[in-house]
Design a protein around this ligand. Structure first.
Ligand code: NAP
Ligand code: 3JN
Length: 341
């Protein structure tokens, strides 16, 4: 803790994302004067650790924001809808991890490597995008700047940690049950997730896409600042604990080769290229878990069209997909003097 720092609240501090936020704040030595862990009444009084000290979880109330400069929210959409405006009104800057405010035209939706300038117009609420969108736009933005992306076709392979701790436990229990010839219980997902793939993330919408798929479509256009990019997505839950993977096909206006894309992404902020097929080198969730970078490999010319590229993109969904991106937004706010301290 430092006298020069901010008073920071983590809303949803006991959850999978909230705990990672505390870890990232600590690891990056974020300037903190005071830290407050907030959750529901259920967890009030629980102890968490921050920088070797015990902190006691407090119940989320409107008054909790009275002495806070910054609040990182990850307690779900309804909590964000209710409490983010209260915090903002009290002068506390909110970085919100839910989808509650993402498509609000008054709210910047930011990935620091892609559109940090959008922070300038913030009105005390900033939205953190969906994890699948974040890891896709980090490597696509440098390509868009050079060759203008016309269309994106993406299929995701999403880890169960994206659904929260209950889903991590469900996958583990199902694997144990199957190996012990016991009956598989499905509580979190509609079908068995162990040794299976579910083409179903979040709820189905009227157009037969899922909400997760439409988040990727709409958020990508807003973050890239280009409504003309056509995006179509199929999002799939796979039996992986940590790390989302994506098979991405893009069509560009200007010709760019796979070799040029590889060179461009080698220099891109937040990206690590792992691409050497001859040596079996490509990104995988087991390598990305616990890491900050977005890993890109399998970069190939799409030989079926004139200007097309295929990529395989992998990142830690809880880290770059949620907690790390939120903390990077807060760091950018400090750097640009966009938060009172
Ligand atoms: P989780 O493990 O279930 O944790 C939920 C957290 O919210 C817990 O700390 C819980 O506190 C708290 N909470 C629930 N209801 C509350 C209430 N009424 N008042 C105050 N706190 C409350 O879930 P998670 O995986 O961390 O995800 C949390 C949220 O983060 C998601 O709902 C989603 O909006 C967002 N998220 C975003 C991404 C992304 O793509 N950027 C990825 C994952 C999650 P208790 O301990 O008291 O229950
Ligand atoms: O399923 C995943 O892999 C990512 C899940 C994200 C998520 C989970 C519950 C609620 C979100 C999100 O960030 O879009 C939400 C939400 O709508 O806030």
């Amino acid at each position: 803790m430092t006298d020069q720092g901010l008073n920071v609240g983590v809303v949803g501090a006991t959850g999978a994302v909230g705990r990672e936020m505390l870890k990232v704040l600590e690891q990056r030595n974020f300037p903190i004067k005071k830290i407050k862990a907030l959750a529901s009444e259920r967890s009030a009084g629980k102890k968490l650790e921050f920088k070797g000290q015990e902190i006691t979880v407090e119940k989320l109330t409107p008054e909790a924001f009275d002495d806070l400069d910054l609040a990182l929210f990850s307690a779900g959409g309804s909590v964000s809808k209710e409490f983010a405006p209260i915090a903002a009104e009290k002068g506390c800057v909110v970085v919100d991890n839910s989808s509650a405010w993402r498509m609000d035209p008054e709210v910047p939706l930011v990935v620091p490597e892609v559109n940090p300038d959008d922070l300038v117009k913030h009105k005390n609420i900033i939205a953190n995008p969906n994890c699948s969108t974040i890891q896709m736009v980090v490597p696509l933005k440098p390509i868009h700047d050079v060759a203008k992306i016309k269309r994106i076709v993406v299929a995701t392979y999403q880890a169960v940690s994206g659904t929260g701790q209950k889903a991590v436990d469900e996958l583990e229990q199902q694997v144990r049950a199957i190996f012990n010839m016991k009956e598989v219980e499905c509580k979190v997902y509609p079908y068995q997730i162990a040794f299976n793939c579910l083409p179903h993330i979040d709820v189905f919408l009227d157009n037969d896409y899922t909400k997760e798929e439409m988040k990727m479509v709409n958020e990508t256009k807003k973050i890239m600042g280009d409504d003309s990019i056509r995006v179509t997505a199929t999002t799939v839950r796979v039996p992986v604990f940590y790390g989302h993977s994506e098979a991405v096909n893009i069509e560009t206006e200007k010709k760019i080769t796979a070799k040029e894309v590889r060179a461009l992404l080698t220099q891109a902020p937040g990206v690590k290229v792992l691409d050497n097929p001859k040596e079996n080198i490509y990104p995988m969730p087991i390598f990305a878990a616990g890491e900050d970078e977005v890993f890109v490999g399998r970069i190939r010319d799409d030989e079926s069209i004139e200007n097309g590229i295929n990529l395989w993109i992998v990142a830690d969904n809880i880290r770059k997909g949620a907690a790390l991106n939120a903390v990077q937004i807060a760091e950018e706010l400090i750097k640009r003097n966009l938060i009172k301290r």
